[in-house]
Write a protein that binds this ligand. Structure first.
Ligand SMILES: *Cc1c(COP(=O)(O)O)cnc(C)c1O
Length: 376
């Protein structure tokens, strides 16, 4: 049997029970379960606001767009971001005609504060921080830099559902935190995400933008507004169709219930990998983790990544690479050479299978093969 990088797990009966409620009520759209998930997410994270969307990509777009408009940024202003990320992170900046300025990564493969500071110019408006694999990296130092230079801070927390630092969910100090509940993330639904603005007023704007710019959603109109003017609404913005729906939120509600338990098993898997690789630190280097990570990823660095990948594939093990250095993509090629550490790492890094169906025996089997084929 083959071992895949990611296999999502669903408590199927519980999910179907939640979905059944939507179908019986006859409410599958925005509202109902989406509201319940937002409330539960705020309770779980301690973040002040949460709006459920159809992906993290659109959440990142709204984050950049709303900050740009509300803070009066102009086209060509700069946001500092990482080259080691899924391309959504950086596209969100480009959608708004802002320039992605790439800063290099540190040993955690997250933004390196020293290089971030070097890349600040009079046009810099924000930093986009990605907690790669669920790790926190030097987030605190990045936060201090943002305060010192009066920059906004956006967290792409696509990998960070349930990540804790000193027992607490991080991100409360950031302007906005965006989570992904995409099909293979550590809180998988099918496709969805959550945008969590610090400011209530930005959350309200996000709700309008996510539904075509309309200032009153259908659920509010159905359940809350009395009188004969239920049908009447205004359109304040050229908004988008970005909001989430109740069927997907229904799955999210069940997944959230098990998030801590699931992440704790991920950390167990990571600990098993770590133990096996410890004696081989000269040629297999696990990417260090400095918090109670969601462990969306288990990453190692090796000298012969491509060769090792092929050898593992021969053994029916299918790892992944997170990520290709974004400055090697055609549209970000203007920044080629600006992040040498990230560039080097992207030739060495490998993500080993990490999901809830793996057993200790699977980890041992994978580790045996990595140990056998990783070269000095
Ligand atoms: C998956 C991912 C996204 C995009 O999430 P979607 O919900 O699929 O839009 C953004 N950033 C990172 C780092 C990701 O891994």
């Amino acid at each position: 049997m083959s071992i895949q990088l990611f296999v999502p797990t669903f408590r199927i009966d519980e999910c179907l029970e939640q979905i059944r409620e939507c179908l019986e009520k006859g409410w599958t759209g925005l509202g109902f379960k989406t509201v319940e998930l937002e409330e539960n997410w705020k309770k779980y994270t301690g973040l002040s606001n949460a709006h459920f969307l159809n992906s993290a990509t659109v959440g990142l777009h709204l984050a950049v767009k709303i900050l740009k408009e509300e803070k009066g940024w102009t086209d060509g202003d700069e946001i500092i971001s990482t080259p080691l990320t899924f391309v959504s992170t950086n596209h969100a900046i480009a959608y708004e005609n802002l320039k992605v300025v790439f800063a290099d990564v540190d040993e955690y493969l997250c933004l390196d504060p020293e290089d971030v500071e070097k890349k600040i110019t009079p046009k810099t408006r924000a930093v986009m921080f990605v907690g790669l694999g669920g790790n926190i990296g030097q987030y605190r130092e990045i936060l201090s830099l943002c305060r010192k230079h009066n920059l906004a801070l956006i967290i792409d927390a696509a990998h960070m559902a349930g990540t804790r630092v000193d027992g607490d969910i991080p991100g409360k100090e950031a302007d906005v935190v965006v989570y992904s509940f995409q099909a293979v993330k550590n809180l998988p639904t099918a496709d969805s995400g959550m945008i969590c603005f610090k400011e209530k007023q930005y959350d309200e704007i996000a709700r309008k933008y996510a539904w075509l710019g309309i200032n009153k959603d259908t659920y509010q109109r159905t359940t809350q507004v009395g009188g004969t003017y239920k049908w009447k609404y205004d359109v304040e913005y050229t908004g988008y169709k970005y909001h989430g729906n109740s069927v997907i939120a229904a799955i999210g509600l069940v997944q959230l219930k098990y998030l801590d338990q699931d992440n704790s098993y991920r950390r167990q898997l990571a600990a098993w990998y770590d133990d096996r690789f410890k004696p081989f630190s000269a040629r297999i280097l696990p990417v260090p983790v400095n918090c109670e990570s969601s462990r969306h990823l288990y990453m190692i660095q090796v000298n012969n990544r491509d060769e090792l990948m092929l050898a593992l594939n021969e053994c029916e093990i299918f790892p992944g690479v997170h990520y290709q250095d974004n400055t090697t993509y055609k549209m970000y090629a203007y920044a080629a050479g600006t992040c040498p550490a990230a560039h080097e790492i992207c030739g060495r890094v490998l993500s080993l299978p990490m999901h809830l169906r793996l057993t200790k025996d699977d980890v041992d089997y994978i580790a045996d093969k990595v140990i056998a084929y990783a070269k000095q």
